[in-house]
Design a protein around this ligand. Structure first.
Ligand code: CP
Length: 315
């Protein structure tokens, strides 16, 4: 079993329930991972994903090896048949096969380059490991998805929702750097598995991949989208159509206390890290409606439910 995308979840409701059970007794399955090793390979920076996934593995009694691949590993070649007479020192074929001998599960973080849409959509790094590794693979944020984050988001919403069918708004907000669409993509996919009134709001032109958003509602008027919302989930992403470009920096899209007043006393969510007073004002982030710290805490239980399922399904 791999955990590559939200589509790998057979029942979101069941997984969320299991995660909440794990949260109550995180050390209950301490023996499950005995003598098993999680290898965590980072091609990009991380705080939450690194520490929460490591914590989850430790809660299950696993050993953990972490490698910052970009700074510590050999530069990898992913193309079949490549003549490796320039930058790359090692082919994914050997690298993935070798790491598979040291680890029982390999978790990988490899962001979008945001230069070549086709290449990013092909998930070169993740696909390379999936093809050549011989052990289960976990996606710790790839070019197009961050399914550990959105599972944690689902857990957090389950804890905070006060009605069966809440209104949930995914709102774009400005950011000075070009960011991938991965978090937003997985959030959309996760919301499509929920019974909720789900609305995506962003400036015109900032549409996400339509193969992911499918028939999810898009509202270009942020104020209108916020009306009566129960959850505001804010995230920046760079332009998907004009791939990887920043075509809008309008600070009118920053989430403010005034905008939050349009909602049904909504909870404020963000995956973190967040740029204060660019994405969201201090007032909102520091308010009692902000649940971003609890959301980050739930990253551990999201990772733990995933690792637990993989361990149980492995020989
Ligand atoms: N939300 C999230 O993935 O955080 P990190 O990038 O710090 O891991």
């Amino acid at each position: 079993m791999n955990y590559i995308s939200i589509q790998n979840i057979d029942s979101l409701e069941k997984w969320v329930k299991q995660a909440l059970k794990i949260k109550k007794k995180p050390l209950k399955n301490k023996k499950l991972g005995k003598n098993k090793t999680l290898g965590m390979l980072f091609f990009n920076s991380s705080l939450r994903t690194r520490l929460s996934t490591q914590k989850a593995a430790l809660n299950l009694g696993m050993n953990v090896m972490v490698m910052n691949f970009t700074t510590e590993g050999w530069t990898l070649e992913f193309e079949d048949g490549a003549v490796m007479n320039s930058g790359s020192s090692e082919h994914i074929k050997e690298a993935a096969a070798v790491v598979s001998q040291y680890c029982d599960i390999i978790a990988i973080r490899a962001f979008a380059g945001l230069i070549d849409k086709e290449k990013d959509n092909a998930e070169i790094v993740l696909s390379g490991f999936l093809k050549h590794a011989t052990v289960p693979i976990v996606n710790m944020e790839s070019a197009t998805g961050h399914p550990l984050q959105s599972l944690a988001d689902a857990i957090t919403m389950a804890e905070h929702k006060t009605k069966h069918k809440p209104k949930v708004v995914l709102s774009w907000a400005p950011h000075p750097k070009a960011l991938p669409q991965a978090v937003a993509n997985s959030f959309v996919e996760m919301m499509q598995l929920q019974d909720a009134e789900f609305v995506i709001t962003h400036p015109e032109g900032y549409e996400l991949n339509s193969e992911i958003t499918k028939d999810s509602k898009i509202e270009y008027d942020q104020n209108k989208a916020f009306e009566n919302a129960d959850f505001i989930y804010t995230k920046n992403w760079s332009n998907y159509n004009e791939y990887g470009k920043i075509t809008n920096t309008d600070s009118n899209w920053t989430v403010t206390a005034e905008k939050m007043k349009l909602t049904n006393n909504a909870k404020f969510m963000h995956c973190l890290p967040v740029r204060r007073n660019v994405i969201v004002t201090d007032e909102v982030l520091d308010s009692e409606n902000s649940i971003v710290i609890e959301q980050a805490n739930n990253r551990t239980y999201a990772a733990q439910v995933v690792l637990q399922k993989i361990l149980k399904s492995s020989p």
